[in-house]
Design a protein around this ligand. Structure first.
Ligand SMILES: NC(=O)c1ccc[n+]([C@@H]2O[C@H](COP(=O)([O-])OP(=O)(O)OC[C@H]3O[C@@H](n4cnc5c(N)ncnc54)[C@H](OP(=O)(O)O)[C@@H]3O)[C@@H](O)[C@H]2O)c1
Length: 294
């Protein structure tokens, strides 16, 4: 891997900053995005601008996010990886209705229907969305993903929102290409998971990478509290950049396994996010941000 690319599962070479598509949904991530044509134009422009990895999930909408990506980008250009996830159902607009399901036939159906909605034979990277399901053992869920990979429904296995212990169990069963978890300048709770992923050769995909508040349902906040801004903003000014770009640059320098997926619906913000991989923080700047860990 060079500094501008990262390789997933020894095969998928992508840029070091991807795009989280979750926000291209309705209010509260429920239903379709209001401006369908605008979202189609945005996704096409994002790929033109150099995005090579898009993160989605069947539960975004539910389903509407995968349909949108299909409408905008299928047939997919060579080199574009669309990663999806399965294992959550959402019974209503109310977030408390989200539930993790791990039953074999459910996960098998979820992956096959995601492939159908995306219009692909094989989903290059497919995550188990949550390690929290209790209706099947974690080991059984990993075996289900292995079966889907053997059947060619998915290319590589990823895990989302798991513990270090679960990661270790999964790695004992099969190769885990990627791990995704909440991680950003403000919240390093998942640092041990990052280090475990690094050691195993898995890519680490921080979600809400530029948010400066703890994870809360669909909420995110790139402005954050004063004590974080007091450190980030002077560094941003020194680089003629934004605090969000500094957050992304810090993530990339923090680990060679890092592949952030900032979410945006703005092509201007997307270009800024991609540009964050082109500047380096000084060691003093990086240390000042590292020391912000909560
Ligand atoms: N695995 C999981 O359980 C899980 C959970 C949550 C999220 N995710 C994934 O992670 C992705 C990212 O998370 P997220 O979208 O919630 O949070 P995020 O990337 O931390 O932040 C998104 C917010 O930042 C703004 N933004 C983006 N770029 C900006 C920039 N350059 N300058 C200023 N503001 C900027 C966006 O507004 P604009 O639209 O105006 O740019 C949006 O309000 C999601 O899209 C999803 O794919 C995964």
């Amino acid at each position: 891997m060079d500094e501008q690319t990262i390789t997933i599962g020894g095969e998928l070479v992508v840029g070091r900053i991807g795009l989280g598509a979750m926000r291209l949904t309705g209010e509260a991530l429920w239903g379709p995005y209001a401006d369908h044509e605008g979202a189609v134009d945005f996704l096409r422009a994002a790929v033109e601008a150099g995005v090579t990895l898009i993160d989605t999930a069947d539960v975004y909408g539910p389903h509407s996010n995968e349909h949108l990506i299909h409408d905008a980008l299928q047939p997919y250009p060579d080199g574009l990886v669309v990663a999806s996830k399965g294992g959550f159902v959402r019974g209503s607009r109310d977030f408390s209705s989200v539930q993790a399901i791990g039953a074999r036939s459910y996960l098998q159906q979820a992956a096959r229907l995601s492939a159908r909605r995306l219009g692909v034979e094989r989903i290059d990277l497919y995550y188990l969305h949550s390690g929290h399901a209790t209706d099947a053992s974690f080991e059984d869920q990993i075996e289900t993903l292995v079966g889907l990979r053997d059947d060619g429904v998915i290319g590589h296995i990823g895990l989302s929102n798991i513990s270090v212990e679960q990661f270790s169990i999964a790695c004992g069963i099969t190769e885990i290409a990627a791990v995704t978890a909440h991680f950003n300048v403000a919240d390093r709770t998942n640092e041990p998971l990052l280090r475990a992923a690094e050691a195993a050769g898995s890519v680490f995909v921080p979600w809400q990478p530029i948010s400066l508040i703890p994870p809360r349902d669909e909420r995110t906040d790139v402005n954050g509290p004063d004590h974080l801004r007091a450190v980030l903003e002077p560094i941003a000014e020194a680089h003629g950049a934004s605090a969000s770009q500094v957050s992304l640059a810090w993530l990339l320098q923090h680990s060679p396994a890092m592949l952030p997926i900032p979410g945006t619906t703005s092509i201007e913000h997307l270009r800024q996010n991609l540009a964050a991989q082109n500047f380096r923080l000084t060691p003093e700047e990086a240390t000042a941000i590292t020391e912000l860990a909560s």
